[in-house]
Design a protein around this ligand. Sequence first.
Ligand code: SF4
Length: 375
Amino acid sequence: MKGKNHVVTVPQMGTMSILVEDWMKRLGIDFLPPSPLNNKMIEVGASVSPEFACFPLKATIASIMNSADNGADIALMVGGYGPCRFGYYGEVYKAILKENGYDKKIRICTLEPMTSGEGLLNDLQKFFGPLIELSSKSKPTIYWHLTRSFKKAVCMDKIESMLLSIRAKEKYRGDTQKKYDEAVGLLRSAKNDKELAKYQEEAVDVMNSVELDSNRKTFKIGVVGEFYVVLEPFINMNIERLLNELGIEIERAIYITDWTGPKNAEKVAGINNFDAHKLAKPWIDGWCGGDCTANVGHAIHYINEGIDGIIHLYPFGCMPDIMALEALEIITAEAQTPFLSIQIDEKTGQAGIVTRLQAFTNIVRKETEKIWHAI
Ligand code: SF4
């Protein structure tokens, strides 16, 4: 990788590219943000991928190929482990790129998770090695900049969690989104920790300046599911915006920094994955890959907190979340909590999703009002 000015990218997934762009800039590495996903890209991704590959692989390979066409020559990704197909993504990407003549344009560079069991030094080398080559900077320097970019991303996630609640109560449609864009712009422009602390306060004030409709009765729904479909709005048909517009506030189980950060760290919202696994233990004793066990735990936590309903999103071909679904159906039925599970693939249309959400929110409304009247 040395001796050439490389252009790095990442597959499109929610606000992930903002975090990585900030990190790459600090390391002096050129970064190309991935284009927003569109139907044409998804068609391409589906046509080059194995038919039974999980849907996120089809979307992310499409994003990588699109970025290669736009000038990126290195796609960064984090490695996976455990009983989930994510661990094979890197190798499958490479095979697809080769088959389609893209291996000369772009190469996959995997930052392996630090869980190989081959010792910390070995793990550190595997994670930082590619970036040391790209930036010619030392491990401590790369790590230091990662922590700064991560801190900024946590602030952005917190602002996003405000968006998911405030937008359901806004007086004028579209106001919260505008304020959110303004708040994110502020945070992105922070050049150091001092500026970040200042802009974070300002960003919170910006979000709190949205005029609310005091007559609007809102309900609260917990959204759990496979990380990619939950975090990428194009893939989930912007389900969170649709729910907010129906007067539903959202508690989301995972944000970008929850997914990329340590699993026992404090979460942007709700409980961390260790605690979620403890809650899920009577149902799933162990880790069955992906977000399966954590999703069950997060759903139980939401029910304990008195949530009005739960939505579960998962992609076609996702084995871990099919297992989670079995437990979620029983848990929500026993708790009499309205539950909707939506499987998403490249053929899913927004019209069908809207109809199901409208029906579901009507059920939530009726069930919740029944409880209110009984109190
Ligand atoms: S969690 Fe499911 S959809 Fe996501 S990579 Fe793993 S198997 Fe595929």
